[in-house]
Design a protein around this ligand. Structure first.
Ligand code: PGA
Length: 252
């Protein structure tokens, strides 16, 4: 297998300055173990830690991303509390998470997500675009309808380049719950999404990830789905031991 597999650590509102130790352990492991070749490791710590972490780990083995971006499309200005795309790029981030269900609940509607995607593109930040249905939508059989709407309302056909965009499918009912969809369910979702993206955006091989309660155990089952090109990992990414083990188990 020689396609790139992504392992993205979404630290959410966790971590402090000492947490660099976790990233350093991951870095040392991969420096020693060159066998794990076709992988991309991206850490998305809280923004207050990003610059100093990036300064300590200057290596192509590990990349960094932010968990948010301002929707305001200028570099500087009178916008209290906002961080512009340029500022985020300056921290050393190359990726940004947009559309995470936890953010959608707080303050990201379709239009905001679209605006943020534009700012990210302008600043050459690659986008980790999250989509996902909630439990009641799933139970009503609406999953694909919800996902397609999330995609269509935020991805502008004329602007999006799928080389700069990763789609992370994260069923809301799976995030932080320990419940992971069956492979049958996932085959259906990813197969349909692939077809849909081809139809609407003419993309042949979109990079699609899975997120939601990924662990050292279930990664072995999830890896059977070849349309999944990696994982967005929350809880299990906070400690280097579990994060490394997820990657080891994937390639075992
Ligand atoms: P989890 O979070 O792995 O803790 O479920 C994943 C995510 O929300 O990105």
């Amino acid at each position: 297998m020689n396609k790139t597999i992504y392992f993205i650590a979404n630290w959410k509102m966790n971590g402090n300055h000492n947490s660099i130790k976790e990233i350093e352990r991951v870095f040392i492991f991969f420096k020693k173990n060159v066998i794990y070749k076709f992988k991309k490791i991206i850490f998305c710590p809280p923004i207050n830690l990003l610059s100093s972490f990036r300064a300590k780990i200057k290596s192509r083995l590990i990349d960094f991303g932010t968990q948010d971006i301002s929707k305001i499309n200028i570099n500087n200005g009178p916008y209290t509390g906002q961080l512009s795309g340029k500022m985020l790029k300056d921290t050393g981030a190359n990726y940004v998470i947009i559309g995470h269900s936890e953010k959608r609940l707080i303050d990201e509607d379709f239009k905001t997500i679209k605006d943020k995607i534009n700012v990210a593109l302008k600043n050459k930040l690659k986008i980790i675009f999250c989509i996902g249905e909630n439990l009641s939508q799933k139970n009503k059989g609406l999953s694909l309808k919800v996902l397609k709407k999330q995609i269509l309302s935020s991805l502008d056909k004329n602007k999006i380049n799928f080389n700069n965009l990763i789609i992370a499918y994260e069923p809301i009912w799976s995030i932080g719950t320990g419940v992971v969809p069956s492979n049958n369910y996932l085959y259906k979702i990813y197969g349909n999404l692939k077809k849909f993206l081809k139809e609407k955006y003419n993309v042949n091989s979109p990079v699609m990830l899975y997120g939601g309660s990924v662990t050292t155990y279930n990664v072995v089952t999830l890896r059977e789905i070849s349309l999944i090109s990696g994982f967005l990992i929350g809880g299990a990414s906070l400690k280097s031991a579990s994060f490394i083990k997820i990657i080891k188990n994937y390639f075992k």
